[in-house]
Design a protein around this ligand. Structure first.
Ligand SMILES: N[C@@H](CCC(=O)N[C@@H](CS)C(=O)NCC(=O)O)C(=O)O
Length: 226
C-alpha cells in the first residue's frame, strides 16, 4: 500500500492520524497543504470538496479516504501494525468508537471554535458561540476526569483510536481553556497521552509552526522545546 497523507503539521485532526500511524508503524508520504492556497489545496478539494484535512490517498487502489477516524480504520483493516487501535471484541470496539466521537465532537470542535474566533476581526467575533464552546469543554472535562479515574485509556485499558483523538484535542483545548485544577484524573490522563512516543514526535514536528498558532502566547513553556 503506497499511502500519501495530505496534512498540515499544526492541525489537530492531522495529529490524530499521525499518532495512529506512528503507533502502528505505517509507512506513508506526508504532503503539507496550505488550505489558503487554491493550488496547494486542490488535491484535497478535488477528492473531498468540503476541503478538510487530513485526507489520505491509497495510490495503489486509486482511492481517496477522507475523515480522520475513517482513515485510521481504513489503514488498520488493510495493514495491521504492532498496535491494534480498534479492538476485535465488539463491545470494546464500540467503546473505542464512542470515545473517538466524543473527543472529536465535544473537545476538538469547541476547541476549534475558540481558536478560529481569535482569527476573526473584532466585529466578526461570536462571543456567545465561544461561551457555549467553553461550556461544552467544561462538561467534557468533567466526564473525562470521571472516566480517567477508572481507566488508563479512553476506551478502557488499551490505547485505541479514541486516545489518538484525545491527545491533540486535549493538547490544544488545555491551552485555550485550561483544565480546572481539581480535575486531577483528567490532568493525569493528559500526562499519559503526552508521554507516548507517537505524541512526542507529533509535537516535535509541529513545533516549528507553533508561532502561527493564534494562542501561541498561552502555550506552556514545556511545549516549546524538547
Ligand atoms: N471531521 C474531520 C474534521 C477535519 C478538520 O476539521 N480539519 C481541519 C484541520 S484540523 C480543517 O481542515 N480545517 C480547515 C477548514 O475547515 O477549512 C476529520 O475528522 O478529519
Amino acid at each position: 500500500m503506497a499511502l500519501t497523507l495530505y496534512l498540515h503539521p499544526l492541525a489537530s485532526f492531522c495529529h490524530k492520524v499521525l499518532i495512529a500511524f506512528y503507533e502502528s508503524e505505517v509507512p506513508f508520504r506526508a504532503v503539507t497543504v496550505d488550505l489558503q492556497d487554491p493550488e496547494s489545496a486542490a488535491p484535497v478539494r478535488d477528492a473531498w470538496p468540503v476541503g478538510k484535512i487530513p485526507l489520505l490517498r491509497d495510490e495503489d487502489a486509486g482511492r481517496a479516504v477522507p475523515e480522520s477516524s475513517i482513515i485510521i480504520e481504513y489503514v488498520q483493516a488493510r495493514r495491521p501494525g504492532p498496535a491494534s487501535l480498534l479492538p476485535q471484541d465488539p463491545d470494546a470496539r464500540l467503546q473505542a468508537r464512542l470515545w473517538d466521537r466524543f473527543f472529536d465532537q465535544y473537545v476538538s470542535v469547541p476547541m476549534q471554535k475558540i481558536v478560529l474566533d481569535r482569527l476573526h476581526p473584532e466585529n466578526a467575533r461570536d462571543p456567545q458561540g465561544v461561551a457555549a464552546a467553553r461550556q461544552t469543554l467544561n462538561t467534557a472535562y468533567a466526564m473525562i476526569d470521571e472516566r480517567a479515574r477508572r481507566h488508563d485509556w479512553a476506551a478502557g485499558n488499551a490505547f485505541t483510536l479514541a486516545d489518538c483523538a484525545a491527545a491533540p484535542a486535549l493538547f490544544y483545548a488545555a491551552i485555550v481553556h485550561p483544565f480546572p485544577p481539581a480535575l486531577d484524573g483528567l490532568a493525569a490522563y493528559f500526562e499519559r497521552l503526552l508521554a507516548r512516543p507517537s505524541m512526542r514526535r507529533v509535537l516535535r514536528e509541529a513545533r516549528p509552526y507553533f508561532g502561527i498558532f493564534p494562542y501561541r502566547d498561552a502555550m506552556p513553556a514545556r511545549f516549546l522545546q524538547d
